[in-house]
Design a protein around this ligand. Sequence first.
Ligand code: HMG
Ligand code: MG
Length: 289
Amino acid sequence: MTGVRITEVGPRDGLQHEKALVSTDAKVAFIDMLSESGVEEVEVSSFVPAKWIPQLADASEVFARIRRAPEVVYSALVPNERGLDAALTAQVDKVSVFVSATEGFSQRNTAGTIAEVLLRIQPVVRRAREAHRKVRGYVSCVVRCPYDGPVDPDSVASVAARLLEMGVDEIDLGDTIGAADAAAIESLYKGLEGVVSAGATTLHLHDTTGRATECAIRAAEIGVRSFDASAGGLGGCPFAPGSAGNVATETLIDALIERGFSVRASADRLRAAGQWMRRSIASCASSEG
Ligand code: HMG
Ligand code: MG
């Protein structure tokens, strides 16, 4: 059976979007549950300024307190060299840099043009590799941008090519606002031909219109073998109006297994972890309000 790899992004993409500030204790408990679910990777947090994402200001403490399973990779978002210093001190296994395929989102999400952001992350990729860390290169807004509208797959391919030249190990394609349908996924991968094979990418879907699972299945048929997803469908980007949660990990796993793919992680454990975190968020919100 063909295996598919899952990165659980709930602790980062999920919690960055919640108004409630979830306690460090709850994050650590959530990540420990995710580690026990069998996922291959957990995106734990982001080393970004607290004024940009206050929800993830405790990234170092979370890394210090989680129980690390030897077969799980623990990664984090890193926007610049200062973030990298903190991430290396926290002993992250893998560093994720992120660039938009569009200028509008690049300015709003990372305070710079695409060219400026590529320059900013170049030393991050170099130093992460020197420190023997794997590097993931996200390209955001691969289908539609909340500021610039529809996105030409060629723009995605050109940013992906720059990231690969820099030396990232993996390209992660983000449908940031969940605009894709199966046809858009086909066009996206057609545009990437000659730059990166489908099997060397990860697909990061948000489920704004309920089509994320169908997009993932189309992508798996095309050859994608790695997906990001979030237990309970938590998630979204605060700088992308209209973005909704990531595709729910448990739903994605059920759909992949139904189509004959094999997945290491347990959908039931992920469903339970997502429900547990939703209850924690609800109890934060009621105690704040
Ligand atoms: P900036 O404000 O231009 O940064 O932001 P700066 O270099 O001017 O620094 C501003 C302040 O932050 C300074 O402090 C710095 O020292 C400090 P001050 O002098 O004002 O006291 N600072 C830091 N502090 C802690 N950690 C750091 C750091 N760097 C600077 N690493 C910057 C530029 C790139 C930092 C900012 O725009 C940023 O971090 N943006 C990221 C925002 C973010 O996390 N967005 C969500 C994630 S992306 C996403 O969700 C999409 C994805 O899911 C895929 C998809 O769906 O498409 C990945
Ligand atoms: Mg996202």
